[in-house]
Design a protein around this ligand. Structure first.
Ligand SMILES: [Zn+2]
Ligand SMILES: [Zn+2]
Length: 112
């Protein structure tokens, strides 16, 4: 079953709910329908299929961009513990779009 939708059409909540005026992008998931768009590293996308626990790091906001333990090692190696992502660490993470519900599932798998 195709769970990850990486190339969805993108519309905004504003397109649907006009009055809300938010700019959150949505993604059409083959399993969950129209969902909030989130960004995770390619390894986390893969863990959805394998159920393998590979760690989960994310930026502060709810459903913030997320990456696995290996990406975290690369990020620190490249930029230090408080360092920014750079070209090499970003290339390694190869961030993909994931639907919000799939994101929650990835987090549930990988946060122990
Ligand atoms: Zn990763
Ligand atoms: Zn989904």
């Amino acid at each position: 079953m195709q769970r990850v939708f990486l190339r969805g059409y993108r519309i905004t909540l504003k397109d649907i709910y006009g009055i809300h005026g938010t700019v959150t992008d949505l993604v059409q998931c083959s399993e969950h329908g129209l969902q909030e768009e989130t960004y995770v590293c390619k390894h986390l996308v893969l863990s959805l299929r394998t159920d393998e626990v590979i760690g989960f790091y994310w930026s502060s906001k709810p459903r913030g961009d997320a990456w696995c333990a290996t990406c975290e090692k690369v990020r620190i190696a490249e930029g230090g513990s408080s360092g920014d992502w750079n070209e090499r660490s970003e290339a390694f993470a190869d961030i993909k779009i994931l639907c919000g519900a799939c994101y929650d599932r990835v987090r549930a798998i990988n946060v122990v």
